[in-house]
Design a binder for this molecule. Structure first.
Ligand SMILES: Nc1ncnc2c1ncn2[C@@H]1O[C@H](COP(=O)(O)OP(=O)(O)OP(=O)(O)O)[C@@H](O)[C@H]1O
Length: 221
């Protein structure tokens, strides 16, 4: 793996993407320094989720370069890209549920496996304790409350100490108290693990906590 030569953890340059039958979405260039937590802001339909998928290695853009931690993502062969994502990128997407037939602990074990790492039960224990989920290690996702499920998703995202933690509208359906606790958790986890947060949102409550923002712009609606 190529060593990164500056402290930019994310670099996007000249990104464009077009869904079949849709108009071309063009994305402004972006550079994020390590620890510079960044909001992705924009109207509904402006392309925030698309951008998160592109910078997470889930959706190859039609044009442009995506560099994460010094590595051009889409130059990697598919298997290496999956491994890189598992190691360097923690994903918290609303629709990304845990594997229902596996316990919380087993879900974290397979997340370690996907990243090409050895199963490390001490690390799993540490993360679950940090997120106040130690008592749910052997529970199945279907037996968790919504808040516990969200914390389990955060546990899975941080388990491999990723360079970036990507979250799509993590507070959209939460009341003020839970919004504050999820934000505290994300910020604390990012701090403890040395990760940089990238959060797509239109939630004003999130904007008061993270100042640096990338505004969607330049793309056709
Ligand atoms: N799978 C898809 N197939 C076709 N078009 C899509 C697909 N996903 C998104 N789009 C279109 O691409 C544009 C950007 O969508 P995207 O979901 O990235 O926006 P967003 O800013 O995340 O929106 P929201 O805030 O409503 O979640 C929209 O016009 C949307 O209709």
């Amino acid at each position: 793996m190529k060593e990164h030569i500056t402290n930019a953890v994310i670099r996007l340059k000249g990104i464009a993407y077009r869904y079949a039958g849709g108009e071309s979405l063009q994305f402004a260039d972006l550079e994020v320094r390590k620890g510079q937590h960044t909001l992705i802001l924009g109207d509904s339909g402006s392309g925030k989720t698309t951008l998160l998928h592109i910078l997470s290695g889930l959706l190859k853009p039609d044009a442009g370069a995506v560099e994460i931690d010094g590595q051009e993502l889409y130059e990697l062969p598919a298997r290496k890209l999956d491994e890189f994502r598992g190691q360097r990128i923690g994903l918290i997407f609303q629709e990304a549920h845990l594997v229902k037939s596996l316990t919380v602990k087993e879900n974290l074990q397979i997340a370690q496996g996907f990243a090409g790492a050895q199963v490390d039960n001490n690390r799993i224990h540490e993360v679950l304790e940090l997120l106040n989920l130690g008592h749910k290690a052997n529970s199945y996702p279907g037996k968790l409350s919504r808040g516990q499920m969200q914390r389990a998703a955060i546990a899975r995202a941080v388990i491999n100490k990723p360079a970036i933690l990507v979250a799509d509208e993590p507070t959209a359906s939460l009341d003020d108290r839970n919004t504050e606790s999820v934000l505290n958790l994300l910020l604390a986890q990012a701090e403890q693990q040395g990760a940089t947060l990238i959060i797509a949102t239109h939630d004003k409550r999130v904007k008061t906590r993270i100042a640096h923002a990338y505004e969607m712009g330049g793309q056709k609606q």
